[in-house]
Design a protein around this ligand. Structure first.
Ligand code: EPZ
Length: 431
């Protein structure tokens, strides 16, 4: 995948439909922290069901800089070895392209007592500050200096001290980073008001499987007993299914499929999405590891309000795909994005396609449906809006062009092949 590839998509309009089976891949936001956790290990481990996405390539670039080796031993199966880790600096290049790069800060600081890293980049969905990370590191004994846009962090006595930390926002990556800092810190670390996302629980279970002592998984309060380096000998991490891919495909199927089966997923991780779509009138059958959905009732879908919220509330990552759904539902819907201040920056593109959406302020829009959409030239500012535009382009009449699909490739593996396999007319135009 190249930075400036485009997708040419032929709208399905009212006469054509998607159908068949689509497999959900391993969760990007689960496997990235698990792979970064290798800094806490004295040896190596294997990770399975790893999605082949651009963020994995960015992570590998950071690994190479740090002296960590990651080799694909089978499709989606990686052997990760941190025995020869040689640096405590996260370089600019990859870090600027991926917010998740910040997750390395906790384990590196915990292992080496020092760290150099740039302000992380990633999806342009808001300011994305890192104050929660920095304040927590200081509470654990670190001294922080910001010079030429880089953070230089040193720990007195080169060992983080366990501390009691209240997260003023249940930040997902801050939770993951501080859990990993606590695993090697001296004494006990207590984290309060942590994120409850399934990806956080999966990380905790993985670390405990390899010798960490973390209590409270699934609750807002965690207790971490600091100890020595973990061992991954004969340990395998099985990446959990991506609930955001599942939700994206479910919304697509509800709008465009005569019969779509979404396989290898965990419906329990997206109950809010399933409940809202069922209430709106979407016909679906939910099984243990799959969801079967169709659009036969789409002419009578009822609109509903969305208010994004930390897990298990409505996921901010599915706000833009669901807003596309609401352009096709009957009635008025308020979309209230409470997590990020810059995550409604795609509305104008949908309005240009024919949607009736009015901006109330930077956090709230009012959607009126149903409205026919017309194909346009689009460019998504983040991973999930990129996919929302794919949905809108397939719902629309005639042809759309989506620019800079690097963002979509960051979070959805080979998406054009997987969508073509269920009947979409989508072509990658190499640039
Ligand atoms: C994670 O980002 C996800 N990324 C995001 O998914 C997701 O949108 C987000 O959580 C919310 O669910 C990964 O897991 C790699 P936050 P993260 O810290 O951790 C504020 C995708 O598409 N905040 O939970 O960066 C922040 O500004 C990506 O896969 C501070 O104020 O999000 C935001 O308003 C996009 N100070 C709120 O917390 C801090 O130090 C929640 O952000 C940290 C965060």
């Amino acid at each position: 995948m190249m930075e400036k590839d485009k997708f040419k998509i032929q709208g399905l309009g009212r006469e054509k439909f998607l159908s068949g089976k689509i497999k959900v891949n391993g969760a990007k936001n689960a496997v990235l922290p698990v792979l970064a956790s290798c800094v806490l290990f004295e040896d190596s481990f294997v990770a399975k069901n790893v999605p082949a996405i651009e963020d994995l390539n960015r992570l590998n670039e950071i690994f190479v800089d740090l002296g960590i080796s990651m080799k694909e031993i089978n499709t989606g199966e990686y052997f990760v070895n941190a025995e020869n880790i040689k640096s405590h600096e996260i370089k600019e290049e990859a870090a600027k392209k991926m917010r998740a790069s910040i997750i390395f800060s906790g384990p590196i600081l915990a292992r080496f007592g020092k760290l150099i890293f740039p302000h992380p980049g990633g999806c342009v969905i808001g300011a994305r500050p890192i104050d929660i990370f920095l304040e927590a590191f200081e509470e654990m004994g670190a001294k922080i200096e910001l010079k030429d846009e880089k953070y230089f962090i040193e720990v007195k006595g080169a060992k983080l001290k366990g501390a009691e930390i209240f997260l003023k926002i249940p930040s997902v990556t801050a939770t993951e980073t501080l859990i990993m800092a606590g695993v090697l810190a001296e004494g006990k670390t207590v984290l309060k008001n942590v994120a409850l996302e399934p990806e956080v629980t999966s990380l905790i279970e993985w670390l405990n499987q390899c010798g960490a002592k973390i209590k409270g998984a699934g609750s807002a309060f965690l207790e971490i007993e600091g100890g020595s380096l973990l061992s991954g000998k004969n340990q395998i991490y099985q990446t959990i299914p991506d609930r955001l891919e599942t939700g994206s495909f479910l919304i697509l199927g509800a709008l465009c499929a005569s019969d779509l089966e979404i396989c290898n997923c965990n419906p329990k991780d997206l109950e809010i999405i399933i409940e809202l779509l069922k209430d709106a009138g979407v016909d679906m059958i939910v099984s243990k590891n799959s969801i079967r959905v169709n659009c036969k009732n789409r002419k009578n879908y009822k609109a509903f309000n969305i208010k994004t919220h930390e897990y298990p509330g409505f996921p901010t990552d599915l706000q833009s795909p669901m807003t596309v759904f609401l352009t096709q539902a009957k009635g008025e819907a308020l979309v209230f994005e409470t997590i990020f201040e810059g995550r409604l920056n795609y509305i104008e593109d949908l309005v240009n396609m024919g949607a009736d959406i009015r901006m109330w302020d930077s956090h709230r829009v009012m959607v009126k449906g149903p409205r026919k959409l017309k194909g346009k030239e689009l460019e998504g500012p983040d991973i999930r809006t990129g996919f929302a535009f794919v949905i809108a382009a397939l719902v629309a009449e005639n042809e759309s062009m989506i620019d800079n699909v690097y963002y979509i490739d960051r979070g959805y593996e080979e998406i054009e092949k997987r969508l073509s396999a269920i009947g979409a007319e989508i072509k990658r135009i190499k640039n």
